[in-house]
Design a protein around this ligand. Structure first.
Ligand SMILES: Cc1cc2nc3c(=O)[nH]c(=O)nc-3n(C[C@H](O)[C@H](O)[C@H](O)COP(=O)(O)O)c2cc1C
Length: 198
């Protein structure tokens, strides 16, 4: 079978991004809330995101610099405060989650802007979005700076909230009720409605 080979060393970062973003799909989306050291709430989505371990419960998020080279607010806040909450968005939350991907200055409360209903954190001082079907409160485990202002954030998961109607009598999560979305390619989203077993 014939394949086309892409030698990553031969590509500019922007082209490499397009190749990788279209090849590694679907990607789960971490819709992350944080607070700045000054107390300003923030929310933004990240699809360079994955589960690393359940024992200890650990996840990782890759956060790139802003176009002007500054750290994004999410990375800055996590590095400063050591805590963050990762929400998993569903179809109903897609538009508001996507809107939180717009660049906003650090002193602007993006959560108030979004109009999303929030409650205070259980174990950490970070607002939780009530309309998200799932949310995980996390403490910064460590970070790896892959380049200037380009960080891999490794988080210890302290606990998980799940929408109660998405849990059946046996304690199993009902995927159809969670209705989670993922990132496919550069700009598209996909649902998890088409499930099958092998
Ligand atoms: C679905 C989606 C996924 C995204 N994934 C990432 C990502 O993995 N890494 C990243 O640096 N930016 C990602 N972005 C862009 C950030 O959300 C965007 O830069 C945002 O403004 C960062 O906000 P902040 O400065 O408040 O942290 C994504 C945007 C969207 C809509």
């Amino acid at each position: 079978m014939d394949h086309t080979y892409y030698d990553f060393a031969a590509f500019e970062p922007v082209e490499r991004y397009r190749i990788m973003a279209n090849a590694i799909t679907p990607r789960p989306i971490a819709f992350i809330t944080t607070r700045s050291a000054a107390g300003v709430a923030n929310a933004a989505p990240f699809s360079f995101f994955g589960l690393l371990s359940h024992d200890p419960a650990t996840l990782a998020v890759g956060i790139e610099p802003r176009l002007d080279g500054r750290r994004k607010d999410t990375a800055q806040n996590i590095l400063e405060t050591g805590v963050f909450t990762v929400h998993i968005a569903d179809v109903a939350l897609a538009a508001q989650m996507d809107a939180c991907g717009a660049p906003v200055e650090p002193d602007v409360d993006e959560l108030s802007l979004s109009g999303l209903p929030v409650t205070s954190g259980q174990n950490i001082d970070v607002p939780r979005i009530l309309t998200a079907p799932l949310a995980m409160e996390c403490r910064l485990h460590s970070s790896i700076e892959l380049g200037p202002a380009r960080d891999v954030i490794i988080g210890s998961i302290l606990g998980l909230f799940v929408r109660s109607t998405a849990v059946d009598a046996d304690g199993r999560f009902i995927q159809q009720e969670l209705d989670v979305i993922t990132r496919v390619g550069g700009g598209a989203y996909a649902t998890s409605r088409d499930l099958f077993s092998v």
